[in-house]
Design a protein around this ligand. Sequence first.
Ligand code: RTP
Ligand code: MG
Length: 148
Amino acid sequence: MEKTFLMVKPDGVQRNLVGEIVNRFERKGFKLVGAKLMQISEELASEHYGEHKERPFFGELVEFITSGPVFAMVWEGEKVISTAREMMGKTNPAEALPGTVRGDFGVTVGKNVIHGSDSPESAEREINLFFNQNELISYSKQDSNWIY
Ligand code: RTP
Ligand code: MG
């Protein structure tokens, strides 16, 4: 089954949105298979956002994502990568629709509450970057029968 990497950013943790965000993906029907609160190092941040290294906002991005704890998660489900991106909303919260995480809770592009993998390749890379295999739990849930 498809997996994606999601992360409540430092602003989301500080604003007590971890429960709200977990709740949204649980209610949707996706399965949480890994999660941890972590303080990201500058090295991990730079590797995670490596694709943006040459962008003018890279320094601020790394500074922000390392400014406090984040809540890292792996979620599993059919089409979870693209569906989670839809549920997050556009990168700029000013353009994100109400009903999305960024549309409901964010204001500026720099502090947009949540990260999510943008493709199967990113998901695999980011899951392996943030989690060891033994931190991911494979288990069955009764409600799966009512979702699929
Ligand atoms: P993310 O990687 O955090 O899930 O966000 P995303 O895919 O929606 O957007 P991406 O293009 O990957 O950008 C990564 C993060 O960089 C910050 N950003 N700032 N100042 C700017 O113009 C600007 N553009 C992007 C955002 O915080 C974005 O989430
Ligand atoms: Mg991105």
